[in-house]
Design a protein around this ligand. Sequence first.
Ligand SMILES: O=P(O)(O)OC[C@H]1O[C@](O)(COP(=O)(O)O)[C@@H](O)[C@@H]1O
Ligand SMILES: [Mg+2]
Ligand SMILES: [Mg+2]
Length: 343
Amino acid sequence: MQGQGVSLTEFLIQQQRKVAGATGELTLLISDIARACKAIAREVRYGALVGNLGQVGEENVQGEVQQKLDVLSNDIMIAILSRSGHVAAMASEENEDIIVVPKANRGKYLVCFDPLDGSSNININMCIGTIFSILRCPEGVDEPAEEHFLQPGTEQVASGFCVYGPSVTLVLTTGDGAYGFTLDQGVGEFFLTHSDIRIAEEAREFAINMSNWRFWEPPVRRYIEECLQGKEGPLGRDYNMRWIASFVAEAYRILQRGGFWTYPLDEKLKKQGQAGRLRLMYEANPIGFIIEQAGGIVSTGRERVLTLQPTHIHQRVPLFIGARKDIETIEAYHREWDAQQQS
Ligand SMILES: O=P(O)(O)OC[C@H]1O[C@](O)(COP(=O)(O)O)[C@@H](O)[C@@H]1O
Ligand SMILES: [Mg+2]
Ligand SMILES: [Mg+2]
């Protein structure tokens, strides 16, 4: 058994010491969220053995049929964050409205989370995860409300996601680089295994749900066609392709070996009255913060995601994440296309 590295707690205290005036509350809050992820990891691991698979038959605010693990993970997050003493209110993918913590237990942070990401993979034993974003509750707020959450992604104090896969990994940023931790199930603690993660400038792998090809906007179709043309094409390099249908697993792959991933706005989503597939507050912004800290880009195809002014907590956005050069070219193709539409 390899000697243990730096534990998550040790790492957070090191980060905390770099910030003048830090109270340690953020360290304790992130430790609480890590504990919630460990509890969720156990429920995921036991799966069918304890009846955790399958649907509950209820529809959530997204119009999606909830899986048992969606509800169980949500309950675990709400229970632990309500008791942490560092949270004023929460916003969850599974709850239409925000959850305000009783006054006696309220703290200074707001937490947005996707308790279980990649739900369509639960029953096929594929990677799923949990995503979280931490914001400050504006000073002097007596009763937290949805409006207090509507802060651009650049205002995030910290964000992270946990992947429940062959091993349980947690990726985190507090605005000073992106770091990966692996859960030692025996010790019950996360240990630092991936320091200062960087994403290569050029992609060799793309990820998009190809079944939506006929609904894509021309700039997206053009770029994917050029990826498929490989080194004989204008991009001059070969690409492999992946689609795991689990945003956390895709983001983890990009952090480990580069590439780009996208869920663009398409005609099908537009017909459904949607502005995108992924949600800004608890999917795009938290993972976006980490991707940017690792040197990647997070775009709607037309603009930076993290400077978007949110309008409501379940807002959806078109999303492109990953290798800088690829996404800058995709943005250029959108500008070109939009200019042609204007002329
Ligand atoms: O089924 P599709 O259209 O490929 O969409 C897959 C996407 O939907 C999601 O599962 C949405 O997230 P949830 O599972 O949290 O609802 C993403 O993780 C994934 O990237
Ligand atoms: Mg999700
Ligand atoms: Mg989810």
